[in-house]
Ligand binder design. Sequence first.
Ligand code: FE
Ligand code: CA
Length: 549
Amino acid sequence: MSTSERRPWQTRRHFLLQVLAAAAAGGCGNGVGPGDEGDESSGDGSSGDAPTGDAPTSGETGTTDATTGSPEPVLPSDPFTLGIASGDPLPDSVILWTRLALDPTIAGGGLPDEVLSVFWEIATDEAFTVCVLSGFADADPKFAHSLHIDAQGLLPDTWYFYRFKIGEWTSPVGRTRTLPAADSSPERLRFATVCCQDYTDGYYTGYPHLVQEDIDLVAFLGDYIYENAATGPVRSHANPEPTTLDEYRVRHALYKGDADLRAAHAKCPWVMIWDDHEVENDYAGDISQDDAPKDAWLARRAAAYQAYYEHMPLRLPPPEGPDYKIYRAMKWGDLAEFWLLDTRQYRSDQNCNDEPGAGCEGWETYDGTLLGDEQEQWLKDGMRASVATWKLITQQIVFSTVSFGGSLVNFDQWDGYPLARQRILDFIHDEQLANVVVISGDLHVGGLGDLAAIASDTDSPTIAAEIVTTSLTSEGNIPAETVEALIVQVPRIKYFNAHSRGYVSHEITPALYTVRCVIMATVFEPMADATVEAEFFIDAGTPGFRPQP
Ligand code: FE
Ligand code: CA
């Protein structure tokens, strides 16, 4: 077959071109193709070269993979349309993510049904003059050509830059960092929490502001995608509600098509948990919202979980089937520890037919589980053993009592699982755990409140605080509600905003937790002004928020 007859992605040898490209790029990774000195690494977590602090000296060139013999692919257009991301850092490693797709609107991304070898590199400078690690990894069509590189052997508490290359194409550059050493005593942690980014309800006007902040991490609290088929005020979901793997892939790709979202991923590592809309609104464990047959529902859940894995920078093996353990912990030296919970997969069905409103009979004593026994025990064991100053229960749904004595109960949040909630509160109280903060989202409201030792008794002592992150876009711009004026009169609620979209910025030091609730002027325009509407403080050793002057 002559050159002119090649299909666009047909493989070929072209190492000379790549050597020239690598030289022009400043000589970090040589990027000359698989088979050089760089270790072969795969998307399932093996690592690449040990860091040396010097540019790699690998002078061997070659264009075929020594392991598989697959030659370099030629791609007719940029395959990095979905951007890059990093996540789940450790003191010596971080997960680097990308997914190749020429055309994100089709399930296979417009790529051939074959494994493609991708070069990756990580450096201490944005120009990649000081490369510390590089390698090749296989992008497997089985996982939609996604990559999850475990870049091991990095220095603690250090910022890095990373990128990917395949053929003539180079990805955008991402910035990432490692955690402080486990036995260190960091002076500070800054991070942002974000959740609920319905693509159709608004533009991601928060992200251009978030990327200007001096943050170490983004913690994403769930509802990364929405599964509905809606056309909203600003954009359309374009496709029917997904139920199959291919359909969920297309939905995720639609979201990653947003340049502001991609830029936010490039800013710093993300730690992520899911909520309901990554699969289906208000699902509960193995029960679908609309009571779909169990087999069909679990097949759908498996498809959604796999697509989630394929599109997020997770330090997790790929899921096999409908069960997927994603809850995990993260330590910021001895300053803070996060418990990242899954409040969806193991929960009992919502009480009272999940119909928000007045409580049904016996709702106050409903003994459903939210975390499942295993996760609940893991959380308690972890919190009991933790030496971290700040203990952050990081999850999606609102923990505070906002049921107004049963006159308005949302059975999908902790109010609907009252005994399970009280067990957590009792544990915090009995163990005398200091500086516990519950971080949540879901309700599309911003809120700050103190948590009482007994949820149903507002006179019981404050033992912890809750920070509720408003939605980035979900529900769009809505008028200020009169309910806000009522809710802020509830003694334990310090701040409440049910009409604004935005995110929360957190700054933690050994003595002080500072919360800034950032709200956007609008999400109906691509760009908008941001305002810090509330700034509150928690003093270490004193449960609850410091009274405002
Ligand atoms: Fe939501
Ligand atoms: Ca939700």
